[in-house]
Design a protein around this ligand. Structure first.
Ligand code: HQG
Length: 189
């Protein structure tokens, strides 16, 4: 499979397993799992080469480790990023003192007025690495990185979770716990 195909199929898998399983009539269970045979059967109607070998390659090579199989490889789910309501079974965990959130500069006035909202997704997404936040911000426009006082917010009673691919998840973040990172990205775009 070439890189382009892998990316297209990976994005389609994200759409199915996070947002719109109904696109191909797929069902997710309460924990976000889809049956692999059912997924493959339904996907084959649109993309004949999307077989089990292709699926395994996508899961194994995905840069952000977005997907996981269960132990028997008969079910698959996204590790985070859902807009459909699922219970990933994550335990609340004490976060580091500071986490990062990448966004676009045009969203700043609204974010600084009302805090970070999860929008369509189930959670607000944060990263432990500043460089990841710059990358996420770049997807939306001119990137801005916010420092999130996660330790203080947790001390104030808010739960934090770490998805199995390392992405931090939490509820709405009030603006009082946010500060704009003044320096630009350390790594080239
Ligand atoms: C912004 C990617 C206005 C927020 C990444 C973001 C992540 C507000 C956008 C994961 C706001 C939502 C999630 C407010 C938040 N006013 N704008 N009050 N509060 N926003 O895509 O965090 O590649 O739903 O800053 O790595 O960008 O898909 O969330 O810009 O982990 O695997 O509203 O997606 O992972 O955008 O990204 P998104 P996100 P994947």
């Amino acid at each position: 499979m070439d890189n382009k195909k892998r990316t297209t199929r990976g994005k389609f898998l994200s759409l199915l397993l996070r947002h719109q399983p109904g696109t191909i009539g797929l069902q997710l269970d309460g924990e976000g799992w889809a049956s692999v045979p059912e997924l493959l059967e339904k996907v084959a109607g649109r993309d004949a080469g999307f077989d089990r070998t292709a699926l395994e390659e996508i899961v194994a090579t995905n840069a952000k480790n977005r997907f996981e199989f269960d132990r028997l490889t008969d079910r698959i789910r996204a590790r985070q990023g859902h807009s459909v309501e699922v219970d990933l079974g994550l335990e609340a965990l004490a976060p580091p003192t500071l986490l990062f959130h990448g966004t676009a500069d045009r969203f700043l006035p609204s974010i600084m007025a009302e805090g970070l909202r999860s929008g369509a997704r189930q959670h607000v997404h944060l990263s432990a690495e500043e460089s990841t936040a710059w990358e996420v911000g770049r997807r939306h426009g001119r990137p801005v990185v916010l420092l999130v006082a996660a330790g203080d917010l947790a001390a104030a009673g808010q739960a934090f979770f770490r998805a199995s691919n390392g992405v931090w998840l939490t509820g709405p973040v009030p603006a009082a716990f946010l500060r704009e990172q003044s320096s630009g990205p350390k790594t080239p775009a």
